[in-house]
Design a protein around this ligand. Sequence first.
Ligand code: UDP
Ligand code: MG
Length: 320
Amino acid sequence: MSKKMISIVVPMYFEELVAEECYRRLTEVARKNDLNYEIIFVNDGSTDRTLEILESIAKVDNHVKVISFSRNFGHQIAITAGMDKAIGDAVVIIDADLQDPPELIPDMIKLWEEGYDVVYAKRKKREGESWFKLATAKAFYRVLDRMSSVKIPVDTGDFRLIDRKVVEALRKMREHNRFVRGMVSWVGFKQTAIEFERKERFAGETKYPLKKMIKFALDGIISFSAKPLKMVQYIGFLSIIVTFCVFIYSIVSKIFGVGNPVSGWTSIMVTITFIGGVQLLSIGVLGEYIARIYDESKGRPLYIIEKEINIDNTKDDREK
Ligand code: UDP
Ligand code: MG
């Protein structure tokens, strides 16, 4: 029986400063541990020198495979494409910026060989990130944990090893607004954690500005929970109760002349603006769900590949 193969999937978006070092560190770990491996770099529409660097690496090392998108499709789609093209018995997903230490991969493989199907890396500590990022990330994982119908591990990114059968299950899930770590929890199987300290970015800036972070957080919550919709209902009920009290009060004061029925500008303004706000918010929440239904209904492919290097498509019999 030949040695089991590991596919390492690395998404890259404007990572010209880290591409080479990332390749070097991954290869060092693979060689040291005598792995049978492939590295799949996914260029997510970067227009800097990322692709050029990856191409020159792939030319001299056929362990390295490259997928290049026609434009930026996003981190979660990039790792999906990597998993689609991976041929290994297990797939490791890792960030390009070396915040996830490649040296952890052999430990993951050990647990996988012991029979776990998913080994995810849990962040014990995060270094070199702003207090804002730390605080929002922490809050996000807690809110998600409260809202989600499946148990999604807290403080855990996409850095993980997943067995072939989990990859096959994920491949059947072609949803567009993807939250891969939640999807991995959803499919089940035997999962375990391994703890690590998250380092600072090797070079360059984060590719997750606030706007992308918000979209990502919404995808996480909306894809895995209908609670925001239910909360809107509760707020609706609450305002009906309040309205009812105000209704009784108005009638009583009109009939019995308690208070002064004519004044009341303040309460009317407060009520109108409050109800208006609640209604717009509710429509917004509905809109978030409807926009995602609309995205799915178009049935577009998840991504478009402009260029592939060293990718063997003969094993690829699935639709994209
Ligand atoms: N990334 C990507 N497409 C994007 C944004 C990010 O492929 O649109 C990649 C990026 O190159 C990196 C990984 O996703 O390998 C994580 O991004 P980053 O390190 O910037 O996120 P952070 O660690 O700051 O949350
Ligand atoms: Mg990073």
